[in-house]
Design a binder for this molecule. Structure first.
Ligand code: ATP
Length: 236
């Protein structure tokens, strides 16, 4: 996917939020978007997701399936969580069980029967994340996903991001707390003064190794690897 000379403003006479942005995003790339409050991180994410069109320039090569979790998930919809996820599963042509499986993984099964309007901010954030992951995304965009989440879900997020990337999806995460700083292979985009600069840093390249362990030890090994900052994924 490529952004060429992209500029954006919210209204015809409004101030430019982003100017002449040049970015490319390959399959399996994880990009962390940083910048001060109001710099334009959410705007850049909306442009990438296709929620808003570029005012000037072009956005090309956007993958067909985009999962987008906004910074504030809109809960003013008259559905229960499970009806909402089932409805979306239908639209995205994935089994209804996808939502339930993700709810289990993200410790959200207790939310399934609740009306969307009754969700707390953190719970709404979780459902926003689940809906973004319902169909395996070619592009996953997470706007400040760490902000409202509980500790357990927060700890799970790097693995989820790693899995999407390992499957060839690109992932863009805005994160002003730099929680992905240590994420192996992530690139950093700094939004500042309307420009987006790619921060190279000395990040090690990512490598994937397969480790086969006794099933009985799997949870313990996984926990140790994660504690050491590695991204793990159960296969089979
Ligand atoms: N819907 C909108 N209409 C008009 N201006 C907007 C809109 N959304 C954001 N802006 C303006 O665009 C600029 C960039 O906002 P944006 O939300 O993209 O920044 P951000 O870096 O994500 O900030 P934060 O870290 O506070 O979420 C700000 O000046 C903001 O006021």
């Amino acid at each position: 996917m490529r952004l060429s000379e992209v500029s954006f403003r919210y209204s015809r006479r409004g101030p430019w939020v982003l100017r002449d942005v040049e970015l490319s995003l390959g399959p399996g790339t994880v990009a962390e978007v940083t910048g001060r409050n109001g710099a334009g991180k959410s705007t850049l994410l909306r442009l990438l997701a296709g929620i808003v069109p570029a005012s000037r320039g072009s956005v090309t090569g956007r993958p067909a399936v985009v999962g987008y979790a906004p910074d504030v998930f809109p809960v003013d919809q008259p559905f229960t969580v499970s009806a909402y996820l089932a409805h979306l599963a239908g639209i995205r042509r994935v089994p209804r069980s996808s939502g339930t499986a993700l709810a289990e993984r993200l410790n959200a099964t207790h939310l399934l029967g609740l009306p969307l309007g009754d969700l707390s901010k953190g719970s709404a954030q979780k459902i926003g994340l689940i809906q973004a992951l319902l169909a395996p995304p070619g592009l996953l965009i997470l706007d400040e996903p760490f902000a409202g989440l509980d500790e357990q879900t927060r700890a799970e997020l790097p693995s989820i991001i790693g899995e999407v990337a390992a499957g060839g999806g690109a992932v863009v995460v805005s994160d002003h707390q730099n929680q992905l700083r240590e994420f192996p292979g992530a690139v950093r985009w700094l939004v500042e003064g309307g420009a987006v600069s790619v921060q190279d840093g000395d990040r090690p390249r990512r490598a994937v190794i397969e480790v086969i362990v006794d099933a009985a030890d799997a949870a313990e090994v996984e926990q140790k690897l994660r504690a050491d900052g590695h991204v793990t994924r159960r296969v089979g």
